[in-house]
Design a protein around this ligand. Structure first.
Ligand SMILES: [Zn+2]
Ligand SMILES: [Zn+2]
Length: 281
């Protein structure tokens, strides 16, 4: 029996391309036993995902991915089996959405002061009705000929060192863990590679201890672009702290970044994991 599972995929309710239903079909097509939808800052797709998953006989888990405050790189947390009607989490999600919308307005104002006019309508056209974020501003800049590439839009204007940068509300990592636990989730640190701490193992271990004390239960040991050495390091730290070792493809769209559901590298499946809390046996 094939027991592959993937605890980190995105749908078109955040920045992914496939609907929740198509993700389930693709997961079944790849022989998965379990799959978790972890959209950024929203649980909008989880009811469809779990219901359709149930009808097709796959263990479909409702999840979410939160971004926490971090000096460099990303500190992302996955809440798997999250309840979507938990008010403390909903309050944070509303604050995140409002802060992102306000940030977009402030960035457009800064650009306008530099003589670059992008209208809110142009921006929502780029986003196609989903969450509007900096990548959409980058595409609008590119389309209007203000930059020659997507990367240049970020380097020159939108990155934290860019001239039109505006910060937004971000959660403290330990608070993110606590809020997800309160919402009934099994909480996992996503793609630890993106923390940028691999050269400072002590800092990474200290962070894991801090997050474990806040309620962290697992580490996404297997994720794209992670080297064998990194995987070994995350495994050792997880074992030392009694944290579960999970894996996720961080799948966003067919063909994008060579990622496929159930695989953390091209043609390399995510190893089987056992987590009784998530009915992964
Ligand atoms: Zn992430
Ligand atoms: Zn993700």
């Amino acid at each position: 029996m094939n027991m592959l599972n993937d605890l980190h995929v995105h749908s078109n309710e955040s920045d992914g391309q496939l609907s929740p239903e198509l993700l389930i079909d693709a997961a079944i097509g790849n022989g998965l036993a379990a799959v978790a939808l972890c959209d950024h800052d929203t649980t909008a797709g989880t009811v469809r995902f779990t219901q359709y998953g149930k009808s097709r006989g796959i263990n479909a888990l409702s999840g979410i991915e939160l971004s926490a405050k971090w000096k460099k790189g990303n500190c992302h947390l996955l809440g798997i089996n999250v309840k979507s009607d938990c008010e403390p989490l909903e309050a944070i999600l509303r604050k995140t959405r409002e802060s992102r919308d306000r940030r977009n307005d402030l960035i457009l104002e800064k650009l306008a002061e530099m003589g670059i006019t992008i209208s809110p309508e142009q921006l929502s056209n780029e986003a196609g009705g989903e969450v509007v974020a900096r990548p959409h501003i980058a595409y609008a800049l590119l389309r209007a000929g203000h930059v020659r590439s997507f990367q240049e839009a970020f380097d020159k204007y939108l990155s934290s060192s860019g001239i039109a940068y505006v910060d937004r509300f971000r959660l403290d990592p330990a608070d993110a863990v606590k809020t997800l636990r309160e919402a009934g989730a099994f909480v996992v640190l996503a793609h630890p590679r993106q923390l940028g701490l691999d050269k400072d193992k002590t800092a990474l271990f200290d962070l894991l201890i801090e997050l474990k004390n806040a309620g962290l239960q697992g580490v996404e040991v297997y994720s794209p672009d992670t080297t064998d050495e990194q995987i070994q390091l995350y495994k050792e730290m997880s074992v030392a702290l009694g944290l579960a070792q999970t894996g996720g493809s961080d799948f966003h769209a067919p063909g994008l970044g060579g990622r496929d559901i159930g695989y953390y590298r091209p043609s390399v499946p995510i190893p089987k994991i056992t987590i009784p809390e998530l009915s992964l046996n």
